[in-house]
Design a protein around this ligand. Structure first.
Ligand SMILES: Nc1ncnc2c1ncn2[C@@H]1O[C@H](COP(=O)(O)OP(=O)(O)OP(=O)(O)O)[C@@H](O)[C@H]1O
Length: 291
């Protein structure tokens, strides 16, 4: 995706958005409600046109036939409620050019993999919402896509279904399929994604591996002990973020010397706990979005 811009009337929904997802990569796309994630995904699919910018697959602009090779899970789930699960999947596979036999085999294989094979002959509308979502994932996968684009695939799933979905996405990415999904479940994104993009008001505010993003704002050091207020003042690359009797929290930038901090703390009183943590994706998200 390069320099995507999209306006809805006077609203600038995407503002010069650029990012790449490599083969083999699981990319987590996160942002507040209305940030522009679904708009971006619809543009990738070609169901919505960008005002400017382009979507490339490898070095080639995505044309109609390349777009047929994308597996897509739309935010507004798009299944036929009165059609049977298996028939629906076979129909979608056939639409993508599979022979009837290959379509049937693929529909069977994916319903088994996703734990819904017993519902093969049931109407989609008779399944629970979580199981409908599994069918929706099967619909995105049934034609053996070269790229996966999934809009909030984890929303509304129970923990077992979350695990199944995570495993499938991890597996597809490992097979070389560039996989992008949006989610508000940041702990999950942090756990399974190789790279993450944080979008706010249509702009990409942070982009990188989870470790890169987590380390870019330094780390936090919690010191529990008998120090007086301001004890860490003047230590290089250290800023005090909070003090209360018995507990100080410090923000450490690159180059901060933890041993110097410890000896300084000990010179003031006992130290009962000395713990360094890097911000998790949720904290980082809050900082990036509120900046
Ligand atoms: N068809 C439309 N017409 C007008 N405005 C739209 C349309 N679709 C989206 N928008 C607006 O564009 C902005 C981006 O919406 P989008 O659905 O891409 O956000 P999102 O990041 O997917 O949000 P969410 O997490 O809530 O799904 C929002 O302000 C939304 O109201």
């Amino acid at each position: 995706m390069e320099h995507l811009t999209k306006r809805y009337g006077s609203l600038l929904a995407l503002d010069d958005l650029t990012f790449h997802v490599a083969p083999g990569e699981l990319f987590g796309f996160v942002g507040s409600n209305g940030a522009g994630k679904s708009t971006t995904m619809r543009i990738i699919l070609g169901v919505l046109a960008a005002d400017s910018g382009r979507v490339l697959l490898g070095d080639e602009p995505l044309d109609f036939s390349a777009r047929r090779r994308i597996g897509y899970m739309p935010e507004e789930r798009g299944l036929y409620p009165k059609m049977k699960v298996g028939a629906q999947l076979q129909f979608l596979a056939a639409l993508h050019g599979m022979t009837p036999a290959a379509a049937r085999a693929s529909a069977r294989a994916w319903t088994e993999r996703l734990g819904i094979d017993e519902r093969f002959d049931d109407n989609v509308a008779d399944l629970s919402l979580g199981n409908q979502q599994r069918v929706q994932l099967a619909a995105a996968l049934v034609h053996d896509p070269a790229v996966l684009v999934l809009d909030e695939p984890f929303s509304g799933l129970d923990p077992v279904a979350v695990d199944v979905m995570s495993d499938v996405l991890t597996e597809k990415a490992a097979q070389g399929v560039p996989t992008i999904f949006s989610s508000h479940q940041l702990d999950l994104v942090q756990r399974i994604c190789h790279r993450v993009g944080i979008i706010a008001s249509g702009r990409m505010r942070a982009l990188g591996t989870v470790d890169e993003l987590r380390s870019r704002n330094g780390s936090t050091l919690t010191v529990r002990g008998d120090q007086s207020p301001g004890w860490a003042q003047g230590l290089p690359h250290v800023s005090e973020t909070s003090y209360e009797p018995g507990c100080t929290r410090l923000r450490l930038a690159d180059g901060a010397d933890d041993q110097l901090i410890l000896t300084t703390a000990l010179a003031q009183g006992a130290v009962h706990e000395f713990a360094r943590t890097t911000p998790d994706l949720t904290e980082l998200f809050r900082e990036v979005v509120s900046a």
